[in-house]
Design a protein around this ligand. Structure first.
Ligand code: ADP
Ligand code: MG
Length: 243
């Protein structure tokens, strides 16, 4: 089997606020194949965002191992890791909001400038990414001049402008009406299929889950179903019926 693009093994993460400790990840194992589109679902507070932050290298963890494209991000120094993330990963996170004082195209070209792309080339690629999400005519608008769905499309253009190997999304449709959410979802699925990008999407939305290749379910800091159980012969529907 080809090496998984993401491989997390026995991840543990505890938050400590004064006297209070929260054991947010309790031994998580997760493998994702290149080109897969995976939904991570589960009740609020079960550790989905923490898991995404830990495997994408945004946050530290207590123990365990994460390999991305065969490399342990913790062996990189900060600068190499930042560059690696800017070049190989895209983030659609609510905490990475668009910068309000600059235009859509300026927001989208930011990760390119961080990765050292020349300004003229960055502008060209940012405009192409905006075209891909259908926002050519809004390129020079500021975020406040866009609807929620349009803003989220800018965020997606920003995440995709580097043609990253992996796109991480945390509740990408959380603040959107159902029509905009549906459009965003179709767009992500299309990009996954056309470019073979690996997408890991944290979501509450069962509709998103159903559109993914696989649903990983979490509860209390653990994975309780990694979406591949149905492939095991003993749990085939026919076997269940026969039992
Ligand atoms: N920075 C933090 N400090 C303390 N506790 C946190 C922090 N971030 C998350 N937690 C706790 O860790 C648990 C998992 O949170 P989170 O990963 O955000 O859940 P989810 O994304 O599934 O809603 C929750 O109990 C939450 O309160
Ligand atoms: Mg969350």
């Amino acid at each position: 089997m080809e090496q998984p693009i993401i491989s997390a093994h026995q991840l543990h993460k505890t938050f400590r606020n004064g006297q209070i400790q929260v054991h947010a990840l309790r031994g998580v194992d997760l493998m994702v194949a290149r080109g897969e589109m995976v939904a991570i679902m589960g009740p609020s507070g079960c550790g989905k965002t923490t898991l995404l932050n830990c495997i994408s290298g945004l946050d530290d963890f207590d123990s365990g191992e994460v390999m991305i494209e065969g490399t342990d991000l913790r062996t990189m120094n900060d600068r190499t890791r930042t560059t690696y993330r800017a070049q190989r990963m895209g983030f659609v996170f609510q905490t990475f909001n668009l910068l309000p004082v600059i235009t859509a195209v300026e927001n989208v070209e930011l990760p390119l400038l961080v990765s050292g792309v020349k300004p003229a080339e960055a502008r060209k690629r940012a405009l192409a990414a905006l075209a891909q999400v259908g926002l050519t005519d809004r390129s020079h608008h500021r975020p406040a001049e866009l609807s929620g769905g349009q803003r989220q499309r800018v965020t997606i253009a920003r995440a995709l402008v580097n043609n990253p190997a992996i796109v991480w999304a945390d509740e990408p449709t959380g603040n959107l009406d159902s029509k905009s959410a549906d459009d965003i979802l179709q767009l992500m699925r299309q990009l996954n299929q056309e470019r073979g990008q690996t997408l890991v999407i944290v979501t509450h939305d069962a509709q998103i889950g159903n559109l993914c290749d696989r649903i990983v379910r979490m509860q209390d800091g653990q994975i309780i179903d990694d979406g591949q159980a149905h492939l095991a012969p003993e749990t085939e529907p026919a076997a269940l019926v026969a039992a």
